[in-house]
Design a protein around this ligand. Structure first.
Ligand code: NAP
Length: 488
């Protein structure tokens, strides 16, 4: 993207440059000549706190360049704090090894200061403090890690590079923004660059983005929590609302016309409007056409229907059971969600998909369309012993609904049981499967993953890509809400 004023990164860090590039900011690099050691020595002699020290370092680096340059200059600094002490980059591999051995099993913080100067004056300061927990490791594991990564880790204060697969594998948990962890608080910075008019006048005061979820009933929906949390993290002004619309098509179409007139960017659509959404749209994705229903409408000149249930199901499966070999699967139910699940299983190359439903004709119709084997709806399902994956797509087990009656005696202990119902979080089916030693995946995982395309399309429609993350912080937020409702 072309800026209408120069942007300079006052840092020699390759990862900071890569992050700006990833966000399509046009910039040049000038390495600052600031002597960091002088500032650090003065800071420690004067008893300055670590946050203030990080800020002073970021400002010094920024101003070393900005004093001679027009336009926007960005400076940043990161201090690792562990047990109240600041840690510098390790000087050699022995120190790196000692550092990691000491920090394994414990939590440390990365204090990140990012600043911007305009025409030689600091105009913006930002401080973040992500927290990182390194998993417990044996000495042999630590040795193997350093053998794999080599001395490149000496450029990092923590003796890890979280952006590499080996580095990411060291962690049990990371709380905070991913880009900030890597060295620069990109989202607050982008907000400031917009405010400074770097991307053009039209982005200076963008209209708040509006989006929502349409259903009947809808007050139970967790989607507003998910989208509003992602918007908050990316500092995007806007709101995602839950909107109840009566189940007939006319009411739906009138409500969608109204939302478009109000400037909504798009909406998720849930029961009972998924077919209505497909009917309302001018164009539809292949996924929506294959499934015969849409859970996303993107407005604009012509409403566009898409279905992210299938991708959400698949992404959650891979996120929770990476590398699982799913050759044979049993799908319970033949409603709208089942179609998306079957399409996803086809997509991942599942060779044998069996389906069963209370109303056999519906299972047969789906079976005919996708070429599936149809089973009788009974508690003891034939062929369960051969299944790598059992999926419940019925509403049984949901709060207020009867439990799913199914005999899991034949289920293999290494099978995966996936229930797309998310309230309660652990359905009777999942509890039963867990007690038998099977791996389980709950419906919240699919719910979080299916939300990503909508957020990217409506809130991410900016002069840089926004990539919403499914992580422990989001999971905790949703589980906390379900707990309050007595559903977790
Ligand atoms: P749907 O089209 O109405 O289908 C409902 C399915 O449940 C049908 O197969 C139906 O069987 C079966 N069913 C309902 N009551 C039953 C009963 N008493 N005994 C046996 N089977 C029964 O609904 P859907 O859109 O597929 O959604 C199904 C579930 O998935 C809901 O709980 C929904 O919340 C959940 N879901 C979760 C996500 C997520 O992101 N986690 C996404 C989509 C849906 P019949 O054909 O015999 O009626």
């Amino acid at each position: 993207m072309n800026n209408n004023q120069p942007v300079i990164l006052a840092s020699g860090s390759a990862i900071r440059a890569a992050i700006l590039k990833h966000h399509e900011i046009a910039f040049s690099v000038i390495k600052p000549g600031a002597d960091e050691s002088v500032i650090k020595t003065q800071a420690s002699a004067s008893g300055m706190g670590l946050e203030e020290t990080a800020m002073q370092l970021a400002e010094a680096k920024c101003m070393a360049v900005a004093k001679n340059q027009k336009g926007i200059v960005i400076g940043a600094d990161q201090i690792l704090e562990f047990r109240g002490e600041a840690y510098d980059k390790p000087v050699d591999m022995a120190e790196a090894r000692a550092r990691l051995s000491e920090m394994q099993g414990e939590t440390h913080s990365l204090i990140n200061a990012t600043v911007a100067a305009r025409d030689g004056e600091i105009v913006w300061r930002n401080l973040e403090r992500p927290r990182l927990t390194i998993r417990s490791m044996t000495g042999a594991e630590i040795d193997a890690y350093f053998e794999e990564v080599g001395d490149g880790v000496l450029s990092s204060v923590g003796a890890y590079q979280v952006e590499t697969p080996a580095g990411a594998g060291l962690f049990k948990r990371i709380s905070g923004d991913w880009f900030t962890v890597q060295g620069i608080a990109i989202y607050p910075l982008l907000a400031e660059l917009r405010r400074q008019g770097v991307f053009g006048e039209q982005w200076k005061n963008p209209k708040p983005t509006l989006a929502g979820v349409i259903g009947f009933p809808i007050s139970h929906s967790l989607s507003p929590l998910i989208h509003n949390e992602w918007a908050r993290r990316a500092r995007i002004e806007g709101e995602y609302r839950a909107i109840e619309v009566a189940s007939d098509y006319d009411a739906f179409a009138t409500a969608m016309d109204e939302l478009q007139a109000q400037g909504f960017a798009g909406a998720n659509v849930t029961i009972p409007h998924k077919e209505n959404a497909l009917r309302y749209a001018y164009r539809a994705s292949d996924a929506a056409k294959t499934i015969g229903a849409a859970n996303m409408l993107t407005f604009g000149d012509n409403a566009y229907a898409d279905n992210s249930d299938s991708a959400g199901f698949k992404d959650a499966l891979w996120a929770n059971a990476p590398g699982a070999n799913i050759e044979t699967a049993m799908v319970l139910g033949a409603g709208g969600a089942a179609r998306g699940v079957v399409a996803a299983l086809r997509d991942i190359g599942c060779k044998e998909i069996r389906i069963t439903n209370r109303t056999r004709e519906k299972a047969e119709a789906l079976g005919k369309e996708f070429g599936l084997e149809v089973m009788d709806w009974s508690a003891r399902l034939p062929g369960l012993d051969a299944c790598d994956l059992l999926v419940n797509t019925t509403s049984l087990g949901m709060t207020g609904q009867p439990a799913l009656e199914i005999d899991l005696a034949d289920l293999r202990s290494n099978a995966i049981v996936y229930d797309i119902v998310y309230a309660p979080l652990e359905t009777p089916l999942l509890r039963n499967a867990r007690e038998r030693g099977a791996a389980t995946i709950n419906g919240l995982e699919m719910l979080m993953h299916q939300a990503r395309p909508g957020f990217a399309a409506w809130f991410g429609n900016r002069p840089y890509p926004v990539s919403p993350r499914v992580d422990d912080d989001l999971r905790e937020l949703l589980v906390g809400t379900l707990k309050k409702r007595g559903a977790a």
